[in-house]
Write a protein of this length. Structure first.
Length: 319
């Protein structure tokens, strides 16, 4: 029987149920954040918290899903919450009408969430969110600059240490390093920022010298890329792909076999002829352990939390 998840289930399988029990907080409902929220809602995430203290302006209509002629002047967080419920009435959507700062940060318990998406502009608030997520052991992905850009194909996700070109990423690298925080996953672009033309009267937000230029197809792509990273992680999709790449690099399966493998198919392990091994992939006390058994041709998943920033800690043969 078809439902709103039927097409998603064809790709994510049982991961669709994992999404229904997942909780995600999204900071910012702008050009990036509104598309993160949209994709999470349509994928069936069970709880979405939206944090934004701004109102919809007419200048937002060119790029933000919360903005149209009927919502100008309304509070962004509440507009986003209502949109989530129109898409998925079963989702628990919560709106926080606030600008997140160190002074009011205690109003939101970040340890409640499986994943946090940072799509705001203010450096001090971004640092506060990242610091608190790390302290709570919660997965976070942070968006770097998307303004003054025209090529969405140059967006990528990597640890903050691998970023370049982006001025916001440069500041965040420096500030995170002084705080001893490393390995934060961020979305960034290596496209040099274009110089915006003179603004026609719009005042820049606090902390900016000028109003950044933006178009419909750049921040939207950034938001969808971030949402994809979150959804694949919460549904445990990327792990087998990683295992396939690792096995190919060790000569355990051929390239053709890897190309035939789907992300989450149990038969993928059998086709790749992956030997019996245990992979421990951990980050921030979040562990996903995948045990593949060639003889039975199945994958046993043991899940303890979510593993967004998964890094290989090693593997050991299972006797």
């Amino acid at each position: 029987m078809e439902d709103m998840y039927s097409r998603t289930r064809l790709l994510l399988g049982d991961g669709t149920d994992d999404l229904k029990s997942s909780r995600v907080a999204v900071f910012g409902c702008g050009g990036v954040g509104s598309y993160i929220i949209e994709a999470l809602a349509r994928a069936g995430v069970g709880e979405i918290a939206v944090i934004d203290g701004d109102s919809v302006a007419e200048s937002n209509i060119n790029r933000q899903l919360v903005a149209d002629r009927t919502t100008v002047g309304q509070r962004k967080a509440e507009v986003a919450r209502e949109r989530i419920l129109r898409i998925n009435p079963d989702c628990r959507a919560v709106a926080y009408d606030m600008f997140y700062t160190a002074e009011n940060a205690d109003a939101i318990d970040l340890s409640h969430f499986d994943y946090v998406a940072d799509a705001i502009d203010t450096v001090t608030s971004k640092l506060e969110i990242i610091s608190r997520c790390r302290a709570a052991g919660v997965n976070i992905i942070s968006s770097m600059g998307t303004g003054n850009k025209l090529d969405p194909t140059r967006f990528r996700i990597s640890p903050i240490e691998e970023t370049s070109v982006c001025p916001l990423a440069r500041v965040m690298r420096r500030e995170l390093k002084t705080r001893g925080i490393t390995g934060v996953r961020v979305l960034w672009s290596d496209e040099p920022a274009r110089a915006p033309l003179t603004s026609d009267g719009e005042a820049p937000v606090p902390g900016r010298r000028s109003v950044p230029g933006s178009v419909s197809f750049v921040p939207s792509c950034a938001g969808l890329i971030i949402a994809g990273e979150i959804i694949r992680t919460l549904s445990a999709v990327p792990i087998l792909c990683f295992m396939q790449r690792l096995m190919r690099s060790r000569g355990k399966c051929g390239g053709a076999a890897v190309r035939r493998c789907s992300f989450s198919s149990k038969s993928a392990v059998k086709r790749c002829k992956v030997p019996q091994k245990v992979y421990d992939i951990s980050r921030d006390a979040k562990v996903l352990r995948y045990r593949t058994r060639q003889a039975r041709g199945e994958t046993e998943r043991i899940r303890s939390g979510s593993a967004h920033d998964a890094e290989v800690k090693g593997f050991s043969a299972n006797a």
